[in-house]
Design a protein around this ligand. Structure first.
Ligand SMILES: *Cc1c(COP(=O)(O)O)cnc(C)c1O
Length: 396
C-alpha cells in the first residue's frame, strides 16, 4: 500500500488486510472478541495494543480497521475511527475534545441532529456555542476568541447548498488555536480535499455516498493519528459508538465503486440543474455546479467545480405545489436519505427540518416550496422527463 496512490486506487486497495487464506474480497470478521495465546499475551495487549492487534470489537475489529484505513488514505488523513452512524461520528468528534468552559463557533445551517448536538447537548455540559452565517467570514472572525476550542460546519449545507470556504475559516480558527471540524457529507469523499485545505477533522455519514445503496448506517471521523487515537478512540471505545463489522464490510465494498457512482450522479445532477434552471414553475434552482450559484468561484477552487449529487428546487406554488410535485414523480422515491443509487425527493420543511420554527426555516432559506432532490444512477433523460412532468402537475 502506498500513500502516493490517487483516491481511485485507495478506494479499491487502501487498508486491505488479508487472512492466512489470501481471500480477494475483504473478509467479514463477525466476532466480538479475540483469543490470546497466553495469559502473558492478554496482559501485554491490554498494556499496549498494536495496530494489528485487537481486544474487543467495541475498541476495534479487523474489518472495521480496513474501512478506517481505506477512508483515511482516500481523504488524506493519518487515521480514522469508524462509528455506528454519521451522528455518532459528529457527537464523538465534538464531545471527545470539549469540556465545560470551552467555546464552539458553528455555522447555523446544519443538519437537524447536528444542530441538536450543538444547541441542546453541548450547552447542557457547559460548552458555549455561537452560531454564525457560515458564508460570512466577518461573522467567523467576530465570533472566535481564546476559549474557542472548535469550529464546526457542513462544507456544503443541507438543503440550500451553500458552500463554506474551508481554507478561510480554518485560517480564522487556527489564529486562536481552535480545531476545524467539517461535516463533509454533501461535498462527498470523491470531491473533497478538506484536509489539504485546512480541516483538522473530517466527519462523514457513511450512510450516504459511501454505502450509496441505502443499506446500512455508518459514520467515520478522520484526522491526525494523535487526535484519532489519543482523543476520539478513548471516548468512543468506552461509550459504545462502534461500527459493526458487517456494516464496515458494506462500506468497504461501497468505497470500491464510490467514485464511479458519485461522478455519474454529479454529472446527471449538473444536467438536470442546467435543464430546469429558469423553469416557469421554479423560483430558484439551487445547485453548486451552476454558473449562477452565488459562490461559483469558491466552488471552482474548493471542489474543482463539482456541484455534488444533490440539487434543490424551489417551487413557485409553495407547499401545495411541492406536494403535487412529489406525488406526481414516478421514478424518484419520496424519502429522506441522500447519496443513494435511487433518486430521492424530500420536502425539508415538513420532514427533515420540521423541528425548526418557521422563523428558523425562513432564515435558512427553507421555504415551503423547497424540494431537495438527491440524484441517483437512473438515466438522466428519464429523470428529466419525469421532473418536467411533475413540475407541470405542480401548477395544479
Ligand atoms: C445524514 C447526515 C448526518 C447524519 O448521518 P447518519 O448516518 O444518519 O447518522 C450528518 N450530517 C449530514 C450533513 C448528513 O447529511
Amino acid at each position: 500500500m502506498s500513500t502516493d496512490w490517487s483516491k481511485r486506487t485507495q478506494a479499491v486497495h487502501g487498508g486491505t488486510r488479508r487472512s492466512q487464506w489470501g481471500e480477494v474480497s475483504e473478509a467479514i470478521f463477525l466476532t466480538q472478541g479475540f483469543v490470546y495465546e497466553t495469559a502473558e499475551q492478554a496482559e501485554a495487549r491490554f498494556i499496549d495494543c498494536g495496530p494489528d492487534e485487537f481486544i474487543y470489537a467495541r475498541y476495534g475489529n479487523p474489518t472495521v480497521a480496513m474501512f478506517e484505513q481505506r477512508i483515511a488514505a482516500l481523504e488524506g488523513g493519518e487515521d480514522a475511527f469508524a462509528t455506528a452512524s454519521g451522528m455518532a461520528a459528529v457527537n464523538g468528534a465534538l464531545v471527545s475534545m470539549l469540556k465545560a468552559g470551552d467555546h464552539v463557533v458553528s455555522a447555523k445551517a446544519l443538519f437537524g441532529s447536528c444542530l441538536y448536538i450543538l444547541e441542546n447537548i453541548l450547552t447542557r455540559y457547559g460548552v458555549e456555542v455561537t452560531f454564525v452565517d457560515g458564508t460570512d467570514l466577518e461573522q467567523w472572525r467576530a465570533a472566535v476568541r481564546p476559549e474557542t476550542k472548535a469550529v464546526f460546519f457542513e462544507s456544503m449545507s443541507n438543503p440550500t447548498l451553500e458552500v463554506i470556504d474551508i481554507t478561510a475559516v480554518a485560517e480564522i480558527a487556527h489564529s486562536v488555536g481552535a480545531k476545524v471540524v467539517v461535516d463533509n457529507v454533501f461535498s462527498t469523499p470523491v470531491f473533497s480535499r478538506a484536509i489539504q485545505q485546512g480541516a483538522d477533522v473530517v466527519v462523514y455519514s457513511a450512510t450516504k455516498h459511501i454505502d450509496g445503496q441505502g443499506r446500512a448506517l455508518g459514520g467515520v471521523i478522520i484526522g491526525s493519528r494523535e487526535f484519532i487515537r489519543g482523543t476520539v478512540e478513548p471516548y468512543l471505545k468506552h461509550t459504545g459508538g462502534a461500527l459493526s463489522p458487517f456494516s464496515a464490510w458494506i462500506m468497504l465494498k461501497g468505497l470500491e465503486t464510490m467514485a464511479l457512482r458519485v461522478n455519474a450522479q454529479a454529472e446527471t445532477a449538473q444536467k438536470l440543474a442546467e435543464a430546469l434552471e429558469g423553469h416557469p414553475e421554479l423560483v430558484r434552482t439551487l445547485y453548486p455546479g451552476l454558473k449562477s450559484h452565488a459562490q461559483n468561484a469558491l466552488i471552482q477552487s474548493q471542489l474543482g467545480g463539482k456541484g455534488g449529487t444533490v440539487l434543490s428546487l424551489d417551487l413557485r406554488g409553495g407547499k401545495p405545489a411541492a406536494f403535487r410535485f412529489l406525488n406526481a414523480l414516478t421514478i424518484p422515491v419520496i424519502s429522506n436519505n441522500l447519496g443513494d443509487a435511487k433518486s430521492i425527493a424530500t420536502h425539508p420543511a415538513t420532514t427533515t427540518h420540521q423541528r425548526l420554527s418557521e422563523a428558523q426555516r425562513a432564515e435558512l432559506g427553507i421555504t415551503p416550496g423547497l424540494i431537495r432532490f438527491s440524484v441517483g444512477l437512473e438515466d438522466a433523460g428519464d429523470l428529466l422527463a419525469d421532473l418536467r412532468a411533475a413540475l407541470d402537475s405542480s401548477a395544479g
